[in-house]
Design a protein around this ligand. Sequence first.
Ligand SMILES: [Zn+2]
Length: 494
Amino acid sequence: MQSTASHQLEIYNSLSGKKESFTPISKEYVGMYVCGPTVYSKVHLGNLRTFTSFDVIYRYLCHIGYKVRYVRNITDVGHLENDQDQGEDRISKKARIENLEPMEVVQKYTYDFHGNTRKFNLLPPSIEPTATGHIIEQIKLIEKLLNNDLAYEVNGSVYFDVVKYNKSNDYGILSKRKIEDLIHNTRSLDGQSDKKNPQDFALWKKAEPKHIMKWESPWSNGFPGWHLECTAMSNKYLGEKFDIHGGGMDLKFPHHECEIAQSNACFGTNAANYWMHANMLTLNGQKMSKSTGNNILPEEIFSSGSPLLSKTFSGSSVKFFMLQAHYRSVLDLSNDALVASEKGFNKVIDAINILESFKNFSKETNFDIDKWSKTCYEAMNDDFNTPILIANIFEAVKFINKVTIGKAELSEKGSEELLRYINSFVFDIMGLEKSDQSIKRNNKLDKVMNIILELRNDARINKDYITSDKIRDLLKENGISINDNNKDSSYNFD
Ligand SMILES: [Zn+2]
């Protein structure tokens, strides 16, 4: 294990509701399962925030010396519209609407998802299993649940008996819900359900004749319930008990609660020692929603643009914005916040560029690199606190900028050390990249562009639109766009 700070890694465990020291089951190895996307539509920016959070967690665990097996599944069947067992399979529905084979829908949106994870420079998981590739394992689990008398079959469908399970276990252990409240709050659909109790959930559903995605099973031609696939796949690749189980906050209930119930009923464990949840991303203070138009797709941020944004942003700028909030806090996205984050990110990259080419060394370094790096590690060891890490990195940026104007001293050894640490934190742990934008952009060009923008603004104030338009058009011909949406004009490379 690499020595990284004076205190060790602590993780907030949703199961206990507090931060706990992280001790893996086997000394050097970590098993981590994260619930992946349901590939029936383009990936949400909120989902990308979740996967970004777990990418940083994965990167940091590897950085401090663990051998991590990171499993993130693809849900390519069985996710019904109404959470558990009502409505149509979303993938089948999309296939019908788009007139595609269900597997074409799955492939199309898996490509879309992978394309966006690459834009965000997320490391691929060690294993990325699909639900459809693990039907046999899911059937075996159902058989086990039936044998253990915690599931029952009705008309070719099989349900998990939540009430019976709760007699000797705690259904609600993760979400802190009480089963009595759940019974009270669940509407019973008389005559429409085969379930004994409204809060029971489907393990296997008999398919209607028109249903496209179906498999043979001992009970019927049908398809598995959504919660079962994660229990089957995490068990297959990580064992009955593993270290970390993660996902978005919205999965805590019912999905993760049901996973815990299934795992307890099959193996007598809560599946993972640490349950971690990444919080939501809102847009302009409100929940993102396609129907209200308060929604931005990743591709709109990166390339095509959106009426809600003044310009496009690189994956790393957006990622930097996300990491400026703790993964357990709600994060609000807005144009102003993205513009400010991009500026901050460019400052960090500029400082790295300065450090890489710096030659004007002094004998001493008047910045305590040792103490500073420890503070950075302490931030990460405190439940992966990236906002504190970034605040620390800005302290180093401030120092580097002081060095360039001769107000601080940096030795050759100090410069190498500082660069090594900053590179580790920025590129290896946070997985940010020097984007095309930041490579093209440098201090001098920025200054020249600010002069040009100022001259153009003067022309506009004097109503000399011929000159101001000429400047804009000539820059455009050379691949530089001017944005006049803000108070101050800004520019970006096409
Ligand atoms: Zn899952």
